[in-house]
Ligand binder design. Structure first.
Ligand code: HEC
Length: 176
């Protein structure tokens, strides 16, 4: 009987300690919850706009891979025109999309991981001209691929390569 009392007291003490602990945890939880909320508010606005940066990177990567595949075929003794055609089609389709991938506010000042230069938005007529050069070259490539003539594809590779370089020289950060 006498041994029940200390146990009871101990339980009561534990219960009080538990309440105190849960109150202090609740206070911590609230503080922890506030910090990310502030971060979210700061990041919310640009996040939606900047999704396009990944889209344009992927689009250019596909163009780059397809261009490489065409040059790879040409280096073979007997190029496979089915492969050249498939890749010329990818380049032509993706090339048309480029002009829609550079909305205002997606340049270097946006904080996006981008190599796009401010010149894109400062010289819109020149950027449009560089884009038109690309779509003209990709159309030439498509026609050459469909012609089945390696010499025509070779010429189209030069024109296309020139269109890439023309734009990169003016509008993309130099990374090497
Ligand atoms: C009208 C301008 C323009 C033309 C034409 C152009 N590019 Fe680009 N390219 C850019 C810009 C600007 C970037 C940087 C985009 C960024 O970092 O947001 C870029 C980036 C790239 C990248 C890196 C992927 C990336 O976004 O980081 C590759 C690969 C690429 N281009 C390949 C090509 C190839 C191959 C051609 C020609 C067949 C070509 N580009 C034609 C403007 C152009």
């Amino acid at each position: 009987m006498a041994s029940n009392r200390p146990i009871h007291t101990a339980r009561a003490t534990t219960a009080i300690a538990a309440i105190a602990l849960s109150l202090s945890l609740a206070a911590c939880g609230e503080t922890a919850g506030d910090a990310p909320a502030e971060g979210e508010t700061a990041a919310t606005e640009p996040a939606a706009d900047l999704d396009i940066v990944k889209v344009r990177h992927d689009n250019f990567e596909e163009i780059g891979d397809a261009f490489k595949a065409i040059r790879g075929e040409l280096e073979k003794g007997s190029p496979e025109f089915a492969v050249i055609q498939t890749n010329a089609q990818i380049i032509d389709t993706n090339a048309q999309k480029v002009s829609g991938h550079f909305p205002e506010g997606t340049g270097p000042a946006s904080g996006a991981d981008t190599e796009a230069l401010d010149a894109i938005w400062e010289k819109p007529a020149e950027f449009t001209a560089a884009h038109e050069k690309l779509t003209a070259a990709s159309a030439t490539m498509l026609a050459a691929a469909n012609s089945g003539e390696a010499a025509a594809v070779g010429e189209a590779v030069k024109e296309l390569g020139g269109a890439c370089k023309n734009c990169h020289d003016q509008f993309r950060e130099k990374d090497d």
